[in-house]
Design a protein around this ligand. Sequence first.
Ligand SMILES: Nc1ncnc2c1ncn2[C@@H]1O[C@H](COP(=O)(O)OP(=O)(O)O)[C@@H](O)[C@H]1O
Ligand SMILES: [Mg+2]
Length: 266
Amino acid sequence: MPTGTDAELERVLATGELTPVGRLADSSNGALLCCVEDGADGVLVIHKPEVSERRLWDYPDGTLVARERAAYLVSSAGGFDVVPPTVLRDGPHGRGSVQLWVGPVEGEPEPLVDVTAVSDVPEGWVVVLSGETPDGMPVVVSHAPHPALRTVAVLDAVLNNSDRKGGHLLRDGDRVRGCDHGVSLSVEPKLRTVLWGWAGEPVPEEDLARVERLRRSLGDGLDDDLHELLTVPEVEALHARVEALLRTRRHPLPTPGWPAIPWPAL
Ligand SMILES: Nc1ncnc2c1ncn2[C@@H]1O[C@H](COP(=O)(O)OP(=O)(O)O)[C@@H](O)[C@H]1O
Ligand SMILES: [Mg+2]
């Protein structure tokens, strides 16, 4: 990732000249890979125009790009540093989100989540689902025990993320970044993730400290910024999830009656 504080990067993303360089083939929301130029420097970004959002039954129309920005504000305020700098601005197709592009890392990156035969699960990894391929071969979904992934799992509980699949986890040095938070921050419990390896376990102190920091930020101006992006009940539900995490001090369990794991998982 390019260097600079998040505030500097946000300024570049919000004010630099935005030029599309390609379309992301696997995007269901018409996402474009773009270059943002600020003076001599250019950075790669992913831009999702609001008009290209796919309609969903469980999120109000035209709200996904605002959720991308809200997820960044929450991640940043708590010091999770999972969501890359993300702003809302005008582009060639009107308003949309612009998020700093992460990576790719050099060489063949070690996977963080995988679908393999049971016998091929790497040592120490946590199996979260058993299933079978269309031709009947048994497979399991597992993820690495990486502490940075655990921080992502805590942030996802806070965000009520309903689409944390392997392809939305990006290596960035020792850190793990996450992308695609357009379907998060609903009022209804919808946590759907591959990162169930710590379900029910105590949240580590350093991640609890992040949730506490987020709680302080909410009372210190973040709330006002979020009200520009989310409905009042959605902001209240975020508060309630923060309070619940600080009360139980444990990773949440899957919600009964709700599909807990996204499919495909990668
Ligand atoms: N900030 C980012 N940095 C690097 N890769 C990204 C970033 N955001 C998205 N991607 C890649 O682009 C793909 C499509 O983006 P995604 O946010 O999932 O779009 P959609 O809303 O269509 O699901 C992701 O699966 C991921 O591989
Ligand atoms: Mg996606």
